[in-house]
Design a protein around this ligand. Structure first.
Ligand code: UDP
Ligand code: MN
Length: 246
């Protein structure tokens, strides 16, 4: 009787892509009732991703949406550069809204980048989400974690510990929240945008759905870290082994 967790993963072709997707898919194999939505940043779906998804045996939806080139904004306006995954996450939202009717009941949406590190414990927390749940994320930059601050009296979120702009409306990393599918379906207009200020993606998106007071603190009142915003070093290679898919 687990609610379905819709795990939304943007991904793009690069040397480490298969390694990242192997890691994330094998994490998801340990999660009951997950539906993996993988959106490739490409003109066409690739065989590498298609085969990886099918070998995983996960319930999955494979989509693609290419990030526009933004040639005209180069130099002048580099804001979009931080906006990785925008096109892909919006494609997943569109797919959910086309495929499910509001009030369909249990379902939770989690934005799960391909390079982060997820404990299977985070999915137990996600299952508890009623509207919007939040929890700490390890290693975001500045501080060694980003975490909601909880008022011990009321048990509500009063602010955030963050190494970067802690006064953002929601100083929460993409990996630090999940939203009920019903809410996603109700607020049809909620999307990610390129036009928002650098680093305010999560804040602007969450503002469509909730207020700080309404957030549901999870992971033991936000005292546990079950997800890490890791980054994989770009490998320096000097050649390609022929005939090997890496
Ligand atoms: N991503 C993408 N296209 C890109 C760059 C990134 O689809 O051109 C995806 C990437 O695979 C990841 C998410 O967007 O799932 C966030 O990107 P990244 O991890 O590079 O962002 P960061 O963690 O550095 O903010
Ligand atoms: Mn990342």
């Amino acid at each position: 009787n687990h609610p379905v967790i819709y795990a939304v993963t943007p991904t793009y072709a690069r040397l480490v892509q298969k390694a990242e997707l192997t890691r994330i898919s094998q994490t998801l194999m340990l999660v009951p009732n997950v539906h993996w939505i993988v959106i490739e940043d490409s003109e066409k779906k690739t065989d590498l991703v298609r085969n990886l998804i099918s070998e995983s045996k996960l319930v999955a939806t494979h989509l693609n949406a290419k990030t526009p080139p933004f040639e005209q904004l180069k130099d002048k306006d580099p804001r979009w550069k931080r906006h990785r995954g925008v096109e892909q996450r919006n494609m997943a939202l569109k797919w959910l809204r086309e495929n499910f009717q509001p009030k369909r009941g249990k379902g939770i949406v989690y934005f799960m980048d391909d390079d982060n590190t997820y404990s299977i414990k985070v999915f137990k927390e996600i299952e508890k989400v009623k509207k919007v749940g939040v929890w700490p994320v390890g290693l975001v930059g500045g501080l060694n974690a980003e975490a909601p601050i909880i008022d011990p009296e009321t048990g509500k979120v009063t602010g955030y510990k963050s190494g970067w702009k802690p006064n953002r409306p929601f100083a929460i990393d993409m990996a630090g929240f999940a939203i009920s599918l019903d809410l996603i379906l109700e607020k049809q207009e909620a999307q990610f945008s390129y036009m928002m200020e650098k680093g305010l993606q999560e804040s602007e998106f969450l503002s469509y759905f909730t207020t700080k007071e309404e957030l549901e603190p999870l992971a033991d009142n936000c005292t546990k870290v079950y997800v890490w915003h890791t980054r994989t070093e770009k490998p320096t290679i000097t050649g390609i082994v022929p005939g090997l898919e890496v």
